[in-house]
Write a protein that binds this ligand. Structure first.
Ligand SMILES: [Zn+2]
Length: 99
């Protein structure tokens, strides 16, 4: 039950991310190969034969993300889904309804 819910949420987040990137003018080809990590789940965007994008779950038992110290964190990022916004207000309002 809980696993099912997590999966739905991570796919929803990825779908929202894709929509956001497409709105920014990215092509499916550019987004192909993007890797998403959500807890211990990993997903990769793979192009399909008809040019669409498929969210493929990767088989991993554990995910460890190392961050470099000099990695600058974008200021206006939604802490829930990671989408980028031009203002902090937009970023905190993004997933505010998802509690
Ligand atoms: Zn969000």
């Amino acid at each position: 039950m809980q696993i099912q819910q997590t999966q739905t949420t991570s796919r929803e987040l990825i779908e929202r991310w894709i929509v956001q990137k497409v709105l920014e003018g990215k092509t499916n080809q550019e987004l192909e190969g993007t890797m998403f990590v959500y807890g211990n789940e990993a997903f990769k965007l793979q192009g399909t034969a008809n040019g669409a994008l498929d969210i493929k779950e990767q088989t991993v038992s554990e995910v460890v993300v190392f961050r470099k110290k000099d990695e600058t964190e974008p200021a206006n990022i939604c802490r829930a889904c990671g989408l980028d916004y031009s203002s902090f207000k937009e970023a905190i309002e993004c997933c505010a309804d998802v509690d």
